[in-house]
Design a protein around this ligand. Structure first.
Ligand code: ADP
Length: 278
């Protein structure tokens, strides 16, 4: 379990990135961490990975402080940054050297994932494109089989077929003991990959809920005209009609329109979070 209590963080005192946030992120989910550019997604992942330290408050993972860099915890945690830099080695050599740090690392799985991404295990990483480096690192991170896996903008730089491959790899390597967090500012990239959503906006966590719960409480519609109802929390006019979010009293669960949900968190954050945290 990742537990964040009263976390305040700034790089420079003039600009606070987080102000007193509380957050619990549990296992058994692939969480989507959504926020606009500059909202603090990377910073939050670094704080959870122990690469940055809270100015106030605390971040713990299974009760341990990641910033202490204890080997036991590091062996069970993998953070893939948005920008990948790899040494001048082949993926094969890279994995032989680094696999030993992760007790559950599976070399057969690494070869399989590289194959699915069509990356040559014997090609030097120095001669790879940005996308190929990213695929190599994601394949290694998934094969490391750590209980905690954080992928910062994993779909950025991947072509459309590779995004579909990533989706099936995540599904194949996920189990109930794992906590996976994928960050993005491109909401559509994560569709069908995540089953829980964390939305960061304006130094706060607006939402931290499983998709099932969102679908239970909210109803998403798209129609030529906006419905007139007190139950409507948010509506946005697009070229093809009006997308609305209303309170769901039907007891039925429909689909969650992530893009509309994300826009609503930007436009009417208080209204939206009041639906979950009255
Ligand atoms: P996101 O991942 O959501 O795009 P970041 O966590 O990268 O956001 O950045 C949050 C804010 O912190 C941005 O305003 C960014 O400019 C600033 N920032 C990020 N890293 C640093 C740093 N090392 N020093 C100073 N400011 C930083």
């Amino acid at each position: 379990m990742i537990t964040i209590q009263d976390l305040t963080f700034w790089y420079s005192k003039q600009k606070c990135i987080f102000e007193g946030i509380d957050l619990e992120i549990g296992p058994g989910h692939i969480h989507g961490l959504l926020g606009k550019n500059g909202a603090g997604k990377t910073t939050l992942l670094k704080l959870i990975s122990g690469l940055s330290f809270p100015r106030k408050g605390s971040v713990t993972v299974d009760g341990r402080i990641p910033a202490k860099r204890e080997p036991h915890l590091l062996a069970d945690m993998f953070y893939v940054p948005e920008e990948i830099s790899l040494p001048s080695l082949t993926p094969q050599n890279f994995a032989e050297i680094n696999g030993g740090f992760y007790p559950a690392y599976d070399s057969g799985q690494f070869q399989k994932f590289l194959g699915m991404f069509e990356v040559d295990a014997m090609q030097s990483c120095a001669r790879m494109s940005h996308g190929q480096k990213k695929k190599t690192m994601i394949a290694f991170a998934l094969a490391a089989n750590t209980r905690y896996l954080f992928l910062d903008e994993p779909a950025g730089g991947l072509d459309i077929p590779s995004k579909a491959v990533l989706r099936s790899m995540l599904a194949a390597s996920f189990d109930e003991a794992k906590t996976i967090i994928l960050s993005t500012h491109m909401v559509r990239d994560l569709e069908n990959m995540i089953d829980s959503v964390i939305i960061l906006e304006n130094r706060r966590i607006i939402l931290n809920q499983p998709m099932e719960e969102i679908a239970r409480r909210l109803r998403f519609d798209h129609a030529p005209f906006a419905p007139v109802s007190d139950e409507v929390i948010y509506s946005a006019k697009g070229e093809l009609g009006v997308s609305t979010i209303s309170l769901n009293h039907s007891g039925m669960q429909g689909n969650v329109d992530l893009e509309t949900l994300f826009s609503a968190c930007n436009q009417v954050p208080d209204k939206l979070s009041a639906c979950f945290y009255p």
